[in-house]
Design a binder for this molecule. Sequence first.
Ligand SMILES: Cc1cc2nc3c(=O)[nH]c(=O)nc-3n(C[C@H](O)[C@H](O)[C@H](O)COP(=O)(O)OP(=O)(O)OC[C@H]3O[C@@H](n4cnc5c(N)ncnc54)[C@H](O)[C@@H]3O)c2cc1C
Length: 297
Amino acid sequence: MGRVIVVGAGVVGLTCAVRLLEAGHRVDVVARDLPLETTSAVAAALVFPYRAGPPEAVARWTARSEEVFTDLAGRPDEHGDHGVRVLPGTDAQRGEVTAPVVDMPRYLRWLVARVEDLGGTITRLNLARLPDPPGDGEDDLVVNCSGLGARLLGDDRSVTPVAGQVVLVEQVGLERWALDGRGPTYVVPRREEIVVGGTADDGEWSRTPSPEVARDLLARATELVPGLAGARVLRHKVGLRPGRPEVRLHRAGRVVHCYGHGGAGVTLSWGCADDVVAQLAPSVGSEGASPGAAPGT
Ligand SMILES: Cc1cc2nc3c(=O)[nH]c(=O)nc-3n(C[C@H](O)[C@H](O)[C@H](O)COP(=O)(O)OP(=O)(O)OC[C@H]3O[C@@H](n4cnc5c(N)ncnc54)[C@H](O)[C@@H]3O)c2cc1C
């Protein structure tokens, strides 16, 4: 079994770390931002593919993640509250459907506990380049889950920010999510609060919330879910999605890249993590596990 350094402690890095540890590898996660400081902590998060490619792989990764999230939602967990629920909702395109909804701050804490329980470590480290592999073995690897940071660490200018602003309001007894294509506009309930979104500004690096945008978000959301009228505003957040024409998931020598999940990092996380693990064991069904395009490959 290999020694692996996972770069990045967002939902993608932590999920890869869990799967790699479960497969018996030794894993150390290093990241400039710890989980609750990442883009992942800002996600709404509905398990629904948005602004990510390529379509076939996204469909497969989403289906796999849906299975895992649905399974998690259905069982009380020995590692603490994972914050995953399957809730009914309305999607302007699909009509009435149920989907997993993930309370990200809670879920990221749960992933951290999983990593640590399985013997992994998480360390804050701001890297100027990817680290060297942690050993000489074929499976001593670096897994690059640096999200937007892959512009630098993957030397990949096709990764660009897609800024998203949300408003968190108090829970008003809402147990359904709602999504429509305008904006897009979404309302996603957590147990103690409700996430109201959103925006998708290509190429925008600012994480400063705009009061005008917040007013517009609340107006759109209230049109979609009238019960939100007058709900107390708790916080404003902006996250920078790691936009890329396609997710990059492939092995290049002793580095496995896994970044560029756009608006769907939560949705794709378990499917991608399984494919990352398959890169370490090429003999065990890894065909088709490299669907994302690499720059220049
Ligand atoms: C408003 C909003 C709503 C969203 N809603 C949803 C949703 O409903 N469903 C969904 O599936 N997705 C949603 N997303 C998208 C989702 O948040 C992202 O796709 C996901 O967070 C990407 O995860 P990641 O782990 O790749 O990146 P990140 O969470 O950004 O983590 C990247 C990690 O890499 C580290 N890193 C970067 N550079 C360096 C460096 N130089 N040295 C060391 N470490 C480095 C960072 O510090 C961080 O730890 C939403 C996003 C936003 C902003």
